[in-house]
Design a protein. Structure first.
Length: 299
């Protein structure tokens, strides 16, 4: 991915070559919202001007709308009608059209949007979860996906491809996929519940984890075994074991298994947790903004 110095967004060359669509992944730069950012428990000395694109409690609606206007302009989508979601960490995929596009921020509940209509800008918001943009180069259809660990374990990207095939005749071999910035395996520490979910759904899930994968997937293990084993008094037990999840690798593998060619999948190697200069991270900051990934058909 390359950074656009003037627009302060990220674009993917494989999608940029498609002259019939627009797309982009936002960064923190270039906004009008004022946020006192917190990293490692320390607040910034002064509020930072950030491009917050989500209606968060700490920000004003006017600031968010101004930021969105700047983002849409940077994506060259100022005249397009944006489609947004109330994201619920699901596998729900919505088909949208220009004439029947619901009004309001929370009109649609789900985590993926797809369309073949012109002048509709599909958007998803993230602050660690993985944003994925899809483009069917033969039928000129697009999709935007929000994939956290719950969406990933439910194979939301595969289900979005399935919806595109049903609605538009999309074939995976004609699809270009762009996986945007999200939290990396360096920063995404998860516990027993998450590891178990992936191990149950994916035979090769161990390839996406670093840490005691086998111990965390032992179905016979008593979740309270550590205090008994160590004989430590209550309140002094060692922390439960954890592992680190590579959401990017998991989503890439799901797309490949669904038929998308490896060469047609681009992915960012930038971690939202490691790069506060570029991104928001809910896990690292808690009180933070939201980034946006967008894609739409212009001709």
């Amino acid at each position: 991915m390359r950074r656009s110095a003037s627009a302060q967004i990220l674009k993917v060359p494989s999608l940029s070559r498609l002259t019939w669509l627009v797309h982009g992944f936002s960064t923190v730069s270039g906004g009008v919202s004022a946020l006192e950012r917190t990293r490692d428990g320390k607040k910034s000395a002064t509020p930072e001007s950030v491009l917050n694109l989500g209606f968060t409690e700490w920000d004003s609606r006017d600031a968010v709308l101004a930021n969105r206007k700047k983002f849409y302009s940077a994506v060259a989508a100022s005249k397009m009608r944006p489609a947004t979601l109330k994201q619920i960490h699901s596998d729900v995929v919505h088909l949208v059209g220009r004439d029947a596009l619901p009004e309001g921020e929370h009109a649609l509940k789900g985590d993926a949007l797809t369309t073949r209509e012109k002048n509709v800008l599909l958007t998803v918001q993230t602050a660690d979860c993985i944003p994925i943009l899809l483009a069917d180069t033969k039928n000129r259809a697009v999709a935007a996906i929000h994939s956290g660990w719950r969406g990933t374990v439910q194979r939301i990207s595969e289900k979005t491809l399935g919806r595109m095939r049903m609605e538009f005749g999309t074939r995976p071999e004609h699809v270009i996929a762009a996986i945007g910035p999200g939290i990396g395996s360096c920063c995404y520490e998860v516990g027993h519940e998450v590891v178990q979910e992936f191990a149950t759904k994916f035979p090769d899930a161990n390839n996406w984890f670093t840490g005691p994968f086998d111990a965390l997937t032992d179905s016979d293990a008593d979740p309270n075994w550590l205090p008994w084993l160590t004989m430590r008094p209550p309140g002094h037990a060692p922390p439960s074991p954890t592992a680190f999840l590579d959401l990017l690798a998991a989503n890439r593998a799901i797309l490949v298994a669904a038929g998308v060619a490896q060469k047609n999948i681009s992915s960012s190697d930038l971690c939202t947790g490691c790069r506060p200069d570029l991104f928001f991270s809910y896990r690292k900051e808690k009180t933070t903004g939201r980034m946006m990934a967008a894609i739409g058909i212009v001709k």
